[in-house]
Design a protein around this ligand. Structure first.
Ligand code: NI
Length: 136
């Protein structure tokens, strides 16, 4: 019997979407306002979902305190109030789209979990735009 438990988290971060190997016009055409050279910010909402068997002794899939601490140390401390392009090494050469941020978050959290647990990351960049990634 597998159950999914989820925890919400939040971080504010700035980014700019562009490719160094494209000129300004092509970047402007593809990324529009998101290519603003002075960056812009988002209030990212994150949902981390862990699926696994219920532990017979504790009744938990994962202790929420442990999940909370993983999200804080791996994601909030690393991303909150940061410029993703300039201050987060994972985005030095990777465009910080919501898609890529979700994959980076997944790759940071997955190794911290028990191998048998499944992980899904849902990342809201705006209240209406969100992406999800589960390692496929
Ligand atoms: Ni943006």
């Amino acid at each position: 019997m597998k159950v999914t438990v989820s925890r919400k988290a939040h971080f504010n971060a700035a980014h700019r979407l562009f490719r160094k190997d494209w000129g300004f016009e092509k970047n402007d055409e593809i990324f529009g306002k998101c290519n603003n050279p002075n960056f812009h910010g988002h209030n990212y909402e994150l949902i981390v979902s862990v699926t696994g068997e219920i532990d017979k002794e504790t009744g938990f899939v994962i202790d929420m305190k442990i999940l909370k601490d993983i999200i804080k140390s791996e994601i909030e401390d690393a991303f909150d109030h940061k410029n993703l392009n300039l201050e987060v090494p994972e985005f030095k050469e990777l465009n910080p789209t919501a898609e890529n941020i979700a994959v980076v978050i997944y790759n940071k959290i997955k190794p911290k979990l028990d191998d048998v647990m499944e992980l899904e990351i849902t990342l809201y960049e705006t209240p209406r735009n969100f992406v999800s990634y589960s390692g496929a």
